[in-house]
Write a protein that binds this ligand. Structure first.
Ligand SMILES: Nc1ncnc2c1ncn2[C@@H]1O[C@H](COP(=O)(O)OP(=O)(O)OP(=O)(O)O)[C@@H](O)[C@H]1O
Ligand SMILES: [Mg+2]
Length: 313
């Protein structure tokens, strides 16, 4: 099943079916809606016991369910039960995956619980803005030096997932939050899966046009997924930061590749080897991309060294 992911976080429409402000789960009190995707709502909440702000993600696929007066979720139609249950199982997996990792750039799992005929995940609240908002509101701070500073910790977080056999599968500007001190957090493990996992028909595949590499659209033997799959998405994220738009949609590129390499576009302020390293991540063929995050780090570091040695590009 394909899920075209979109995250209009400021869409007020979601408020009509969000939990009301002041609603409490024991010591957690809902303060505000801070995000909304096809599958859920993210709230900021106050933890009265520990006196701190947290984030609570609620599984709430608005295409399948609505909220009844008693605040429990209710299916639009009875025959949607199976799809709701499949999504709920994925949501539980998200909670499980989060509980497996402890990295400063991955959301820290605090708690999981079920209520209102759905489920909830609590994490710390990270004060900051997504890369998408940052690019829209403060484009002037984005340059090679700034990108490099957020890139290394992010690649380290992605490497933590890969080392334990997981792929994030939804790296994009919406899912990277830049905290007030500049440190990035890679959010949303909702599409994360095990590299070795067989995809059944019921498995939701996240498709984010421009960011999803061609092998992620299907899962047959020729199109094996691996760390290089997330590497394409991180490349697309960097491309968007540098140029303002993601690369063309990969399945279209696969038919006729109209990708314009960054080295040819040569945006001002970016070193040729740095751009070349990003172009490689965006190769349509997985075998032409860096295979691992360490390989990507090496190719970017080489570009920095080359720059420091003052080569002329
Ligand atoms: N822990 C957090 N602290 C601060 N803001 C958060 C946190 N978690 C999520 N957000 C905000 O909520 C938005 C949506 O969160 P997230 O990406 O986890 O869910 P989603 O996109 O709705 O999930 P899905 O793609 O599974 O439907 C983020 O882009 C971010 O703005
Ligand atoms: Mg998201």
């Amino acid at each position: 099943m394909l899920n075209s992911s979109n995250n209009p976080a400021n869409d007020n429409h979601c408020l009509s079916y969000a939990l009301p402000i002041g609603y409490c789960f024991n010591e957690f009190e809902i303060e505000k809606v801070i995000g909304k995707g096809g599958f859920g709502i993210v709230y900021r909440a106050w933890d009265h016991r520990l006196k701190r702000t947290i984030a609570i993600k609620e599984y709430m696929p608005s295409s399948l369910v609505t909220r009844s007066q008693n605040l429990e979720l209710k299916l639009h139609r009875g025959n949607l039960q199976k799809r709701f249950q499949t999504g709920l199982t994925s949501f539980m997996r998200e909670a499980h995956f989060m509980s497996c990792f402890n990295h400063p750039c991955l959301p820290l799992f605090l708690r999981f619980w079920q209520k209102n005929h759905t489920a909830y995940i609590a994490t710390p609240f990270y004060n900051g803005i997504t890369l998408k908002t940052l690019q829209a509101t403060q484009p002037e701070i984005i340059n090679q030096c700034w990108i490099s500073k957020i890139l290394y910790p992010l690649l380290d977080a992605i490497n933590t997932l890969h080392k334990t056999g997981y792929l994030h599968c939804d790296i994009c500007l919406d899912n990277i939050l830049i905290q007030e001190d500049g440190a990035p957090v890679l959010l949303d493990l909702g599409s994360t899966r095990k590299i070795t996992e067989q995809l059944s028909d019921e498995f939701e595949i996240t498709i984010r046009p421009g960011f999803t590499p061609v092998e992620q659209y299907t899962a047959n033997e020729e199109r094996q997924q691996g760390p290089w799959t997330d590497i394409y998405a991180i490349g697309a994220t960097l491309h968007t930061l540098i140029i303002g738009t993601p690369p063309p949609v990969s399945i279209v590129r696969n038919i006729e590749d109209n990708y314009q390499p960054l080295v040819k576009r040569s945006p001002a302020g970016y070193a040729f080897p740095f751009l070349h390293a990003i172009d490689r991540t965006l190769s349509i063929r997985p075998s032409e991309r860096p295979m691992t995050t360490s390989e990507l780090v090496t190719s970017i570091e080489l570009s920095v060294i080359t720059k420091d040695k003052s080569y002329v590009y």
